[in-house]
Structures are given as C-alpha cells and as structure tokens.
Design a protein around this ligand. Structure first.
Ligand SMILES: Cc1cc2nc3c(=O)[nH]c(=O)nc-3n(C[C@H](O)[C@H](O)[C@H](O)COP(=O)(O)OP(=O)(O)OC[C@H]3O[C@@H](n4cnc5c(N)ncnc54)[C@H](O)[C@@H]3O)c2cc1C
Length: 298
C-alpha cells in the first residue's frame, strides 16, 4: 500500500499528481486554504519546472506580486540587511540559513493566476470519495520499513508521503517531538481605505510591531499576521488607521515555525516515510511551488 498522510492542499496535490495507486489517509482540512479569505498568501510562485502541471489545472503565469518592507516609514525592497532581523524575529535565532538569501531575492515575482483556496476547494470535490474511503480505513498505527498498520490491519509499506505537521507525525509513530518549536499565528481581516501600500501586495513589518506581515487582498481589504495575541486589537490597529473595521480574526495554533528543519533521513530509512510540505518538513521556505517540484520528481 502507498499512503499519503494528510488531506490539506499538499496531500490532495500529491494524490492528483501520483494517481489512484496512492491512498489518502485524511487528517482534516487545510488550516490555511479552507477559508475565504485564505489564511495564507494564496498564490503559487511561478517556476518553469511546474508550468506544465499548473497548465493542467488551468493556471498560467500572469500576475506580478510585489513584497515591500516597511522601514522607518518607507516601503523598501527586501535586502539581506533588512530581511535578516525580520526572519530572526519571525522564525527565531536558529532559523534556516537558506531563508535570508531566498527572501531577499523576492521583491517582484511572477505568480500563477490561480487562488490556492479555490484550488483546494476543487481538489476536495474531486477527491471527496477518496477522502471518505480513507476515513473509513481508520487511523495510522505501527509503521516500519516493510509494513504499515491502518485501522488495525497490516499492509505492505510500499511508500508513505507525509504532509501532516512533523510534530504530529513523530508523536503518532512514537518519537519525541520536543525539539520542534512554533508560535501561534494571529490573523485579522480588516476593511479600511486608510492604508497605501504604494503598489505592493504584501508588506513585511521590520519595526518590532506585533504584526509582522500584511497582505492587501482587495483595494480596501487587508490581512494582518501577528506573532503575539492582543487583548484589544482595535486599539493596536488605531496606530496605523483612523477608520477601519475588523471583519474577522482567528488564531492558527503552532502556525509560525521556529528554528531549522531537522534531519529526516531516519524516517525514510526506518519507516519508508518522505515528508513534503512546510510543516511536514518544519521548513518555512517550503512554499507550494517547491512542494510541487518535490512531488513531480518522486
Ligand atoms: C502565513 C503563511 C502564508 C503562506 N502562504 C503561502 C502561499 O501563498 N503560497 C505558498 O506557496 N506557500 C505559502 N505558505 C507555505 C506553505 O506552503 C503552506 O502553508 C502549506 O502548503 C499549507 O499546506 P497544507 O494546507 O497542506 O498544510 P496544513 O494545513 O498543515 O495541512 C496538512 C494536513 O495536516 C493536517 N493537520 C494540521 N494540523 C495537524 C495536527 N496538529 N495533527 C494532525 N494533523 C494535522 C491538516 O488537517 C491537513 O490534513 C505560507 C505559510 C504561512 C505560514
């Protein structure tokens, strides 16, 4: 039996690419793309290695997306000097070394004309029978290199792709996940005409505010990402806007990864499990495009 653990976006994309010989073991819906507006940035970064696959979803590279950093009241392109303290603040002192070089190149980039929450909704419909069948199979039990137990029944282990958060996977197969740290992410959807992003789609706040990132998702709609809880968010947002409505707010527990990805060779060697995904690998740099490249080259 070949298994995909998880029925979030990456799990369903893996099923779409790898085909019906792979069985989904669902663990619930995507924490990010099950909502409108999405709780993520909602884009796939263009890369010519995934153009053909994206075309099968009806997506072509069309839009330019711009990220700016707010520094001393000015909106500047990300540079290593600006991004380094931002990454340290968001992902901790021991953040992965590849984040700063990666993010400091990302000022204006091409994205596909597809929204990830809409794609997720389509994939949930397309694989609704497979998700139901996976739930009926039952929970994952013992996993070793040769065999895997699902719902109390033993099968040959022909390969497992895990897309569920690494701490959940490790605990479920009997390992300690104490080294994997994270912070809760607090997200606010706000309507205002008082903000001017000067053409940017996303702002990174480098100035020690509670919000570290903000996306403009429509002319008068913004999604703020905060790494601390706020007792009175209205009072906080008054610092930036005179008139605004907080339309919605939510918390994603453990949504902000801290530290660097651990070495996961032992999962492949002892359990025939390959982890794919930002949370599955505990690596904030794993965006959807990079996950797709990993799945397409399996
Ligand atoms: C703020 C933010 C914005 C991002 N924006 C983008 C973007 O726009 N584009 C992009 O390419 N990448 C983005 N990423 C990176 C990352 O690629 C996505 O967050 C990721 O792909 C989400 O995929 P998912 O829905 O499969 O993950 P998850 O929501 O983690 O779901 C995977 C599976 O694990 C299950 N699961 C969740 N929690 C548990 C648990 N505790 N125990 C067991 N199972 C669990 C889910 O129900 C699901 O079945 C962003 C990350 C963050 C934090």
């Amino acid at each position: 039996m070949k298994l995909i653990l998880g029925s979030g976006l990456i799990g369903l994309l893996a099923r779409k690419i790898l085909g019906p010989t792979w069985t989904i073991i669902p663990y619930g819906r995507s924490r990010f793309f099950s909502f409108t507006p999405a709780l993520d940035d909602n884009f796939v970064i263009r890369d010519n290695r995934i153009d053909d696959f994206m075309a099968t979803l009806g997506a072509t590279p069309q839009h330019l997306y711009r990220v700016s950093c707010s520094v001393g009241g000015a909106l500047l392109p990300p540079t290593a000097e600006i991004v380094d303290p931002w990454v340290t603040r968001v992902h901790g002192e021991d953040h992965p070394g590849h984040l700063v070089p990666l993010y400091s190149k990302r000022n204006v980039f091409s994205v596909y004309n597809i929204r990830l929450n809409e794609l997720y909704s389509r994939l949930q419909k397309e694989f609704s029978e497979e998700i139901k069948a996976g739930i009926a199979l039952g929970n994952l039990g013992d996993v070793n290199q040769e065999s895997v137990t699902v719902g109390g029944k033993k099968y040959d282990n022909e390969g497992i792709i895990s897309t569920i958060p690494l701490d959940a996977l490790l605990k479920s197969i009997g390992y300690n996940a104490e080294g994997l740290n994270s912070k809760d992410c607090h997200i606010y959807h706000i309507a205002t005409t008082d903000l001017d992003f000067e053409g940017a789609n996303q702002i990174w706040s480098t100035e020690g505010y509670t919000f570290y990132k903000c996306n403009q998702i429509a002319p008068d709609r913004f999604v703020f990402y905060c790494d601390e809880d706020m007792t009175i968010p209205g009072a906080y947002f008054m610092q930036f806007m005179r008139r605004f409505d907080i339309l919605d707010g939510t918390r994603i527990p453990n949504g902000i990864i801290q530290g660097s990805p651990p070495d996961l060779k032992f999962l492949k060697e002892n359990h025939n499990i390959k982890c794919i995904g930002s949370y599955a690998e505990w690596d904030p740099a794993m965006d959807v495009a990079t996950c797709l490249m990993r799945i397409l080259t399996l």
